[in-house]
Every structure is written in structure tokens, then in C-alpha cells.
Design a binder for this molecule. Sequence first.
Ligand code: HEM
Length: 460
Amino acid sequence: MRLAIGGCGSSRAAMPATLLARLPDLLLDHSLALLADPYRYISRRCRQAGVEAFETRLLGRRTICMSGPRAAQLFYDPQRFMREGAAPEALKSTLFGHGAVQGLDGAAHRRRKSLFMMLAAPAHAAELAAMVEAGWARRVAGWGPERVVLYRQAQMVLAEAVCAWAGVPLAGRDLPLRTGQLVSLFDEAAPNSWRHLRSRWRRHLAQRWAAGLIRAVRAGRLAVPARTDGSPRALALVAHATDAQGALLPERVAAVELLNVLRPTVAVSVYVVQALHALHHHPQWRQPLLAGDAVASECFMQEVRRFYPFFPAAVARTREDFDWGGVHFRAGQRVLLDLYGTNHDPSSWAQPHLFRPQRFLERMPGLFDFIPQGGGEAAHGHRCPGEGIALALMTASVRALAALEWSLPRQDLHIDMRRLPALPRSGFVICDVRPVRAAQPPVGAAHRAPGEGGTRYRPV
Ligand code: HEM
């Protein structure tokens, strides 16, 4: 049997493989190399070796890394892969929480996932988007000459809106505290700095808060009114959710799932900043976005999700032994699917490192070539249930902000590809905020991918 590094029967050019050539991969741990370039590590190595998959050692375990649409199709085959025991402990104790839907399989997964599919129905996403737009209107009204950090502002707007939408009571004075905790779960989770420890601590605090809410709802001390159409809000839905035997979810697990709604909604702040970064470099899109051109807006937001890095990879475990692409997958082995690299795979995307929203008019992406929030079908597999919410909130936020003009104080707007999630280090600072006076003249230049000689802002 032949194993990856350099020797696979994939559709790409094969390279000769020997056990000797693979030894450094199997013996040395490559976690530092991955953390040094988290978004490009997998695709770069695949490209160098002309393969779609390779085996290496990460976090002390032999791990297979895969990239591209064929790999994504394989990864979302539930006969071959499962999620139980797949995620590293460092992510379970920060980003996901223990006992979350992310680690379930089969019928238990489908049952739990149906809660999220219900919550993320288009009408509910539209309701949340309207709340976010109103939140921006209130916040922006207080801005003037002083500097504001848009990343922080977006986090607060989204946290306030999603808590109200979910039926979670949140006093104004607690907003910064709870926002900080929710942000830490996705913004400080990477196990490459001391911030990871803070993320663990804040998971503990957020979890205690969420468990208290679940307890209060179950005890009848906190009433969560349903929507006018009778559908329950997230807090009530999760508090009363049951397993297949009809038992309520353990309080700790219900708390994890409540945070699984609040946390990723606040994480849309990353996409909001990335969309503003794109708008800064492509101001010709401002007018159609402001005018509410639905097609232009959809193309723009989709291209933001394709072009900018967010989560580098999804993680699963093999159910059985099999061979694919010249690689032997052993039962129980950890496998990483490259999300960023698949969104930039030249077999699916022409000039993938150019920001070009029109590409979404030319071709509808498939289930496995455009995977910023996972691949396959959300209802049946592990694809994110919140894509409609993310798009609706990005659109609402960008429309609210595109109606403003501002000055950019001196700052580095270069996207830091080592940061997880990748953002300008400044968090996008603006000042002298005022309403738009005139339409922006079109500026045509497409810019290069972040981190590949990307634009560094020159202050005017
Ligand atoms: C910032 C925008 C978002 C990004 C980048 C994002 C990304 C992702 C990714 C990459 C996955 C994993 C897919 C996989 O493992 O195969 C995922 C799963 C998930 N996301 Fe999102 N997501 C976002 C927004 C949301 C929102 C708004 C919600 C909530 C309503 C949400 C809830 C979830 C849940 C519950 C899962 C687990 C699904 C499962 O395991 O079946 N996400 N997301």
C-alpha cells in the first residue's frame, strides 16, 4: 500500500514516495508549522507534492490533511467519517464546548441538529437581521470625530441583537462583559499563545452564565415569550430540548448548545470587518450595496466568505480502514479538511487569489467547492446551519455602514494570516464618521489575496 507524501494515485501529478521520505512527517510533530501558517499549510504542502492528501504528525497524533473539492466530498461521507472524539481537547474547552452537536454522529446528531435548523429558518434570520440593523442605527448615532474600532463595535451590536433574539435577558451594563466572553471563545481559542488560557477561563464563565439561564427557564423563574408565530426562541428551545428517550438535555449540554447559537452569531463580526476591508479596496461596490441591489450584495458577501480566511480546517475521524488518493486511512485516525485552501483551489476557482464577486454570477458553487462554513447538506451532515444568518447579518451590517463616510487614521490594514481568525491587527479603526454625501467613483483594481503581497493601507 502506498501512502501520501509524494506518492498518490490522485488526479494530480504523482510523485515517487518512499518510507524514508515520509519519516520526517511521521516522526516529527508539525504543529508549529501549521500554527505558523494555519490557512496555507495544507494546500501549500499538497501543491508542493502534487497530492490531495498527505499524512503527518500534528498535536502528537498521526493526522491526514486533505484539500480540494474531491477531498471535501470524501470528508462529508458519514459512512467513512465520524465526529466523536475528533476535535482536539483544546478546541472542545474553548470554541465548541464539551458535549456539543459538533461531536455527535448518526441519529443523535440529526436530532440535535434539527434544533439549529429550526432556529436558523429564513424568517428567523430576517428577524435577527432587522434587529442588527436597528442596533447599528442606535450605535452609529453616537459616533462623531472620535475613533471607533469596528471589530469591537460589530461584536457589541451582534451580541446585543442575538441575545434579544434568543430570549436571553442582558442588562446594558453586562453587554461588554458577555460580549467579551463570547468573543474569546472564537477569537482566543487557538492554542498558540497565552490568550488560549483566557479563552478556557471565559468558556467556564460563559458556560456558568448559560447554565444559570437554562436552570431558570426550567424552574419557571425566567419566562421566554414565543414569537408571534408561536415558534420558541433559542433559549426556550434549547432549555426544553430532549434526547431520543425524552429526557431533557443535561444542563451543561443545553448551556453548550445555547452558546453554540450566541458565539457564532457574534463571530459574524469577523465577516463584517472583512467585508469592510473588501469595500475599502473595492469602493465601486458601495453604491450597489447601499441601494439594496440584492444580486450585487449576495455576490459581494459570498466572495467575502470565499476570499477571506476564517476557520482554516474542519476535523473528523475515520470509521474504518480504506485507501483514497494513494493514502491509507486507518480506522480512528484524525483527518483535517482544508477549508481555506478548498475555497482557493484553482480546479474550481479561476484566479482564486483575486477578489471578484462577479464570479458568483458566472457559476453556482457546488456543495463541496465553496466551504467556508463546511460542505455537504446542513440538515443531514455537519455543515454549518448558520450560513443564512451569517449572510443576512453581513448584509444588514454592511448596508448600515455603507451609508457612512469616515476617515481612516494611520493603521496597518494588512490581513494578518497568522491570526486566528485572520483580521487587520487594528480591528479596522475609523474616525470623523458622517453620513455619505455623494456616490463613490468606481475604482477598478482587483487586489491580491491577503498575506500574498496584499494591500497595506497608506493613510491620506
Ligand atoms: C461567522 C460565521 C460563521 C462561520 C465562519 C461558521 C463556520 C462553521 C464551520 C466551519 C462549521 C464546521 C463544519 C464542519 O465541521 O464540517 C460550523 C458548524 C456549526 N455552526 Fe457555524 N459558522 C458561522 C456562523 C454560525 C451561526 C450564525 C450559527 C448559529 C445559528 C452557527 C452554528 C453552527 C453549529 C451549531 C455548527 C455545528 C454543526 C454540526 O456539527 O452539525 N454558525 N460553522
